[in-house]
Every structure is written in structure tokens, then in C-alpha cells.
Design a protein around this ligand. Structure first.
Ligand SMILES: CC[C@H](C(=O)O)C(=O)SCCNC(=O)CCNC(=O)[C@H](O)C(C)(C)COP(=O)(O)OP(=O)(O)OC[C@H]1O[C@@H](n2cnc3c(N)ncnc32)[C@H](O)[C@@H]1OP(=O)(O)O
Ligand SMILES: [Co+2]
Length: 134
């Protein structure tokens, strides 16, 4: 069911500093920040030859990553995003197998303009999993 690795997300306490680290220190191609109010984050995508790194910074009052940054003030790997062909089919299969789909269970449009869903980290070896229909 899961396909390509679409991105690895890192929650960061300072988006500008993290962007500079990837652009200057690591010499990677970075994109401009994107506000994603529907997800409560601002994201910067770092383009790599075989995948992307998504730098995440809280946006607004109820950001879902605020708690994570409180627990990890220096930042940390936040989630891993896999691509699926059919996100509804994937969701329904996973729910049938007892996995917890976060939010109201309906996909939202993610940073790439595709439907995304999140799966509870406790069901996937402590890793927050994002699925993106791509
Ligand atoms: C623009 C969209 C973009 C894209 O790629 O398209 C994005 O990726 S948006 C990314 C931001 N959005 C989300 O992360 C939505 C899904 N996340 C959530 O709903 C919450 O973050 C949740 C439920 C995973 C965690 O909520 P909270 O931080 O309030 O912590 P809890 O106390 O409820 O956590 C329960 C339990 O899970 C552990 N936890 C929390 N976050 C993570 C994580 N990122 N990775 C692994 N484990 C995590 C937390 O430590 C708790 O464990 P416990 O043993 O009970 O302490
Ligand atoms: Co993501």
C-alpha cells in the first residue's frame, strides 16, 4: 500500500535558522516558507535528490506541533510521509485493522495540494505517519 517516501518532517524552534542551516551549512536547495493555516504550521521544503525534508514551525494558537516543541525545545524529527495511490482506500484498510486515523478521519489538503491524513504514532512504533495521495 505505501509507496515512495514523500518527506521527513522536522519541527524546529527557529524556522529561519533551520532554513539557513540546510541552505548554507548543508548546501541544500530550500524553498520559501509556506503558511498552512489549516494545519497550524509554516513549512519550508528542502529539496533533496531522492526525497524532501519538511521544516515545520507553529502557526497560530492551536498548532498541533506546539506540544511537541515544548517537549523537544531544540526541535526534532516530527513525522514521516509516505505516498499512497488512494488515500480513502488506504484509510479504510488501516481503520479496519485498528489503526487510529487522527483528526476527524477525513483527508485535508496538504502542502503539496494533495489530500493527506495522519496516523497515530503509538500504532506505528512511535513514529507519527502522514499519508499523502500523490
Ligand atoms: C501542511 C501540511 C503538512 C504536509 O506535509 O502536508 C504537514 O505535515 S502538517 C504537520 C502538522 N500536523 C500534524 O502533526 C497533525 C497530526 N498530529 C497530531 O494530531 C498531534 O500532533 C498528535 C496527536 C500526534 C500529538 O498530539 P500532542 O502533541 O498534543 O501530544 P499527545 O500528548 O496527544 O501525544 C500522545 C502521545 O504521542 C506522542 N507523540 C506526540 N507527537 C509525536 C510525534 N510527532 N512523534 C511521535 N510521538 C509523538 C506523545 O509523546 C504522547 O506519547 P506519550 O508516551 O503518552 O508521552
Ligand atoms: Co508533512
Amino acid at each position: 500500500m505505501i509507496g515512495r517516501l514523500n518527506h521527513i518532517a522536522i519541527a524546529v524552534p527557529d524556522l529561519e535558522a533551520a532554513t539557513k542551516t540546510y541552505a548554507s551549512t548543508l548546501g541544500a536547495k530550500v524553498n520559501p516558507p509556506q503558511d498552512e493555516p489549516d494545519h497550524g504550521v509554516t513549512v519550508v521544503f528542502v529539496e533533496l535528490p531522492n526525497t524532501k525534508v519538511e521544516l515545520l514551525y507553529p502557526l497560530g494558537e492551536n498548532s498541533p506541533i506546539a506540544g511537541f516543541l515544548e517537549k523537544n525545545p531544540a526541535g526534532g524529527i516530527h513525522h514521516i510521509c509516505y505516498e499512497v495511490d488512494d488515500i480513502i482506500e488506504a484509510r479504510d484498510k488501516l481503520k479496519a485493522e485498528g489503526a487510529r486515523v487522527l483528526g476527524n478521519g477525513e483527508p485535508k489538503i496538504g502542502a503539496h495540494g494533495n489530500p493527506v491524513l495522519f496516523l497515530h504514532p503509538k500504532d506505528f512504533n512511535g513514529a507519527l505517519v502522514e499519508l499523502e495521495q500523490a
